[in-house]
Design a protein around this ligand. Structure first.
Ligand SMILES: Cc1cc2nc3c(=O)[nH]c(=O)nc-3n(C[C@H](O)[C@H](O)[C@H](O)COP(=O)(O)O)c2cc1C
Length: 373
């Protein structure tokens, strides 16, 4: 018998899984996993990373903090206008707020003017994120009609020049988030990915829709898989679009071989999604659905953090859109939401949340299998 008490375990980094004990000769080695398989420049991420998608008016610091607590490996700010940053607009500047606890974190910028985007990258670098992400995917008219977001998918040479300008303007790793193409006839993502890699981007996130599709239909991951499995591609490829259950995350991981997935809508009101997916991938089992206490606690935390960051008036106003998300599937939750959206005082809102907790005590019909339902 090996006397484990006398011999202290030897830890070996970069080796195996989760502090598992293995026997080697007469010594028991405690081997830890720090198998950092995904690298974006010098940023090390766990194997099969889970990313929080950039989402306008959603992925602000209070929400990001919740997602971080629940297992997001890499997060992004919502997109920030390059023109706004250059004009020094308060709203754009405020979106640069990032916190140590959030790292690694990327700041995302958008715009159609190459020089302005280069200048914006310099401003972003001063905010000290871990990386800069370029938005080449936003489909909304007000962005596209100014040549920003997905508009650039109609002019790939410009997309390449713009990206090159940003890569040259910063020492930070530059990543890109884009779509398959502008429309059905121009799904050039396989070629685009190679060209962007060649000019120095360090990772690519692909939303499996075209601009013309907006958010309609199902995301098509076939081309995402083709990009990932292109032998020319060396940078991490993250798939995005419609991941709304641990099963789907596992299926797409296995089917398309991506380096990680980016989750957007399924995290809204459900920041537990990251740990739920991780647990399922590791064990094949579902974590229990968050209890009403946990939902109320998360909602209160979100409210308090919003007030801390935005001030009471704005913090309360902007929280109004989130209440029902935390209680999806709970019958008659609307009646409580109606109360909460008319209140201006945080204590009163928390009182209503306490009522919600009492009312739905032990209510168990909400399942997590489909958190975005
Ligand atoms: C409310 C909302 C805001 C979004 N804002 C951004 C954004 O600022 N930047 C961006 O690249 N994509 C943005 N997106 C797109 C998401 O990042 C993501 O690509 C899309 O929702 C598909 O992923 P999902 O099916 O996991 O939600 C937004 C999506 C939503 C729903």
């Amino acid at each position: 018998m090996v006397d484990t008490k006398k011999k202290s375990p030897i830890s070996i980094a970069n080796f195996s899984h989760d502090g598992e004990f293995v026997r080697k000769g007469r010594v028991i080695l405690k081997i830890y996993t720090f198998a950092f398989m995904v690298k974006i420049g010098n940023i090390e991420l766990p194997d099969f990373s889970l990313l929080l998608a950039p989402m306008e008016d959603v992925s602000d610091p209070p929400f990001r903090l919740l997602c971080k607590k629940h297992g997001a490996d890499l997060m992004y700010t919502e997109f920030i206008s390059s023109e706004g940053l250059i004009r020094d607009a308060f709203k754009s500047r405020q979106k640069l707020d990032i916190f140590e606890v959030e790292r690694p974190i990327g700041i995302q910028i958008f715009g159609g003017d190459i020089e302005a985007m280069g200048q914006a990258a310099e401003i972003v670098e001063a905010a000290n994120p871990d990386l800069i992400d370029i938005n080449f995917g936003c489909p909304v008219k007000k962005v596209v009609c100014k040549g920003g977001g997905a508009a650039i998918l109609q002019d790939i040479p410009k997309m390449v020049r713009l990206t090159e300008q940003i890569v040259k303007s910063t020492k930070l790793p530059v990543t890109v988030k884009t779509r398959l193409g502008w429309d059905e006839k121009s799904k050039h993502i396989v070629d685009v990915a190679e060209r962007l890699q060649d000019i120095g981007i360090k990772a690519l996130s692909i939303h499996g829709r075209t601009r013309v599709q907006m958010y309609k239909g199902d995301a098509d991951w076939t081309l995402i898989g083709e990009v990932k499995n292109n032998p020319r591609m060396k940078i991490p490829i993250f798939g995005n679009g419609d991941i709304d259950s641990p099963e789907k995350a596992k299926l797409y991981k296995e089917r398309y071989g991506v380096d990680g997935i980016m989750i957007g809508r399924a995290s809204i009101g459900h920041p537990w999604v990251f740990e739920e997916v991780k647990h399922f991938l590791k064990t094949g089992l579902h974590l229990p659905a968050p209890t009403i206490e946990q939902r109320v606690e998360a909602c209160k935390f979100h409210l308090r953090e919003s007030i801390k960051w935005k001030g009471q008036t704005l913090g309360i106003a902007e929280m109004r859109r989130h209440y029902t998300n935390y209680f999806k599937g709970y019958p008659n939750i609307k009646e409580y939401r109606l109360k909460m959206v008319t209140l201006d005082n945080p204590q009163d809102i928390e009182e209503v949340l306490n009522e919600v907790m009492v009312k739905y005590q032990g209510f168990s019909s909400v399942e997590t299998q489909n958190f975005a339902s």
